[in-house]
Design a protein around this ligand. Structure first.
Ligand SMILES: [Zn+2]
Length: 525
């Protein structure tokens, strides 16, 4: 299991070290589900380090001093005037929360808390305002020339030329993304709020002087990243693979960290993207699912399992439509079996361990998800009774809880993601469309009625007999099963026929088969 390998590597590098695991996100809008990969990856590594006896703290920062640099499509257009303003100073939408940053961050915190991740949350604005970043700011200003050289050497960028690596909050317009610091005398900086410094916001043209400490200014992104490692003593921090290109943000921040702040670069864990239906997600554009949406669509352990199972270097492409969730549930159940010693697979057992939300893992009897989804759609079937028979013993309180969870998950799945074959309604009358059955199909249904009368009324044998009959009569699956679905469900697809029929009333099935296999009344009668 990859978590165990990462933990081993970290401990090999720094065996008796106190560890600070850090992750961060800019609260620029509804946070997308992709950001959960980072949260859970760091949560698992923290869990692994703690299990190995390390002294470890997991912290999660919201970069609320970052400027708003794009307008999410779901916001009113009058938010345009806040472009360039730090998120912590932008008002919350819909009248909620203390600020824009806190509003969207809280939504995300609620999601990851439900998933069992409980890092110590900090706000970058607090690091600046409380003075904790003062030393880093002074170092960055004093050594601005070296910072410019590193930026040029590693990134090939001349963006910092002619200015200092710092953005002051403009005392006139409140923007932070538009200001350039042009002088530093060891006590105060001189800055200009430029109309053309960035494309996404327009500065007001103000020129001013201020002390750069205690929240009056912020470091540029790459310097700030290094400053966090230095100030917070971060020892482990992963990031999306886009940060790890040669000369990319991680390379530059690492150089600042060692050469400017004299600190150690945290153990890096590059990870691949989480794609939603094939698309990479961004917080400000309405592409893909928001974290809260997916958290509402799946139980926490399943969402954790989805994120934790693949190696970080493997891309996850998740599309909840169709059979994705039932298949994921099956895989999750296999992991549960492995964890409970019912199957031999150490990797899956460890994956299950890291998919746990908190406390003891759910231990109840696990009826197959697709079967639950199917049974709850059967009007005459007591799903609980059928599944209790599957277990072969009376349900315990824990079994009941697990079943309830699966039933509510199945309802949600059927409503939102299941494709038509998984959704059906039993037809009280023989559907009109049955008139179109061929003679061969009628013959098939007639003989099936005989089987239904004689065979044990159970899924497995019935399933086998239907297949045999289909082979014997030389029908295609579409002709044979299509006929069954048509006369019972009024459509050409449905759940596995033998199991399905066996959940219905036997008399009803026989009557329907006989009625459908009779020659159709001719038109006009
Ligand atoms: Zn300004």
């Amino acid at each position: 299991m990859w978590v165990d390998l990462v933990v081993e590597e970290i401990l090999r590098e720094a065996p008796s070290h106190r560890h600070v695991v850090n992750d961060a996100k800019t609260p620029s809008g509804h946070i997308h589900v992709g950001a959960l990969r980072g949260v859970l990856l760091h949560d698992c590594v923290t869990r692994g380090l703690r299990d190995a006896g390390a002294d470890v703290e997991y912290i999660y920062g919201f970069d609320d001093y970052d400027p708003m640099d794009d307008l999410p499509v779901y916001l009113p257009r009058d938010y345009e005037r806040y472009l360039g303003v730090p998120f912590c100073n932008v008002p919350a939408p819909e009248g909620g929360g203390e600020s824009y940053a806190r509003y969207y961050a809280q939504e995300f915190i609620d999601v990851f808390t439900r998933l069992g991740a409980t890092p110590g949350v900090y706000w970058t604005s607090d690091l600046y305002r409380s003075g904790r970043f003062n030393e880093a700011i002074r170092i960055a200003l004093d050594r601005a020339q070296e910072i410019r050289e590193i930026d040029r050497e590693i990134r090939g960028s001349r963006g910092l030329e002619g200015r200092y690596p710092l953005h002051v909050i403009c005392q006139q317009c409140g923007r932070i993304g538009t200001t350039a610091v042009v002088a530093w005398d060891g006590r105060e900086v001189e800055y200009e709020c430029r109309p053309d410094l960035v494309r996404w916001a327009q500065g007001c043209g103000h020129r001013g002087r201020t002390a750069p400490f205690d929240g009056h200014a912020k470091l540029p992104y790459r310097v700030e990243w290094a400053a966090k490692w230095f100030v917070l003593g971060v020892t482990v921090e992963g990031a999306g693979k886009d940060h790890f290109t040669r000369g990319g943000t991680h390379d530059v921040a690492s150089a600042f960290c060692t050469r400017i702040f004299g600190a150690r670069v945290p153990h890096p864990i590059p990870y691949e993207f989480f794609l939603y239906g094939g698309k990479k997600m961004s917080s400000s554009r309405a592409v893909g699912a928001f974290a809260r949406d997916l958290a509402e669509a799946m139980r926490p352990e399943l969402l954790r399992f989805l994120m934790v199972r693949p190696h970080p270097r493997k891309q996850i492409d998740f599309d909840p439509a169709g059979d994705t969730i039932p298949r994921l549930y099956d895989e999750y159940d296999r992991a549960a079996e492995a964890a409970q010693g019912e199957a031999e697979d150490r990797d899956l057992a460890r994956t299950f361990y890291f998919s746990r939300v908190a406390g003891d893992p759910p231990r109840g009897f696990r009826p197959r998800f697709s079967k639950v989804a199917f049974l709850i759609q059967m009007p005459t079937v007591d799903a609980r009774r059928v599944l209790e028979r599957d277990k072969g013993a009376p349900y315990t309180a824990e079994d009941e809880r697990e079943l309830e969870q699966r039933i509510s998950d199945a309802r949600r799945w059927l409503e939102r993601f299941a494709l038509p074959p998984a959704r059906f309604t039993l037809q009280a009358e023989l559907p009109e469309a049955a008139r179109a059955l061929t003679d061969a199909q009628r013959q098939f249904l007639r003989r099936l009625a005989e089987i239904v009368q004689a065979e044990a009324w159970e899924g497995e044998p019935l399933h086998t007999r239907i297949h045999e009959l289909k082979e014997e009569m030389g029908l295609t699956p579409r002709e044979a099963f299509g006929a069954i679905y048509l006369i019972v469900l009024g459509k050409d697809s449905g759940p596995q026929a033998g199991w399905f029929l066996a959940t219905l009333d036997r008399e009803f099935v026989m009557r329907r088969l006989r009625e459908a296999s009779a020659a159709p009344a001719s038109a006009g009668e």
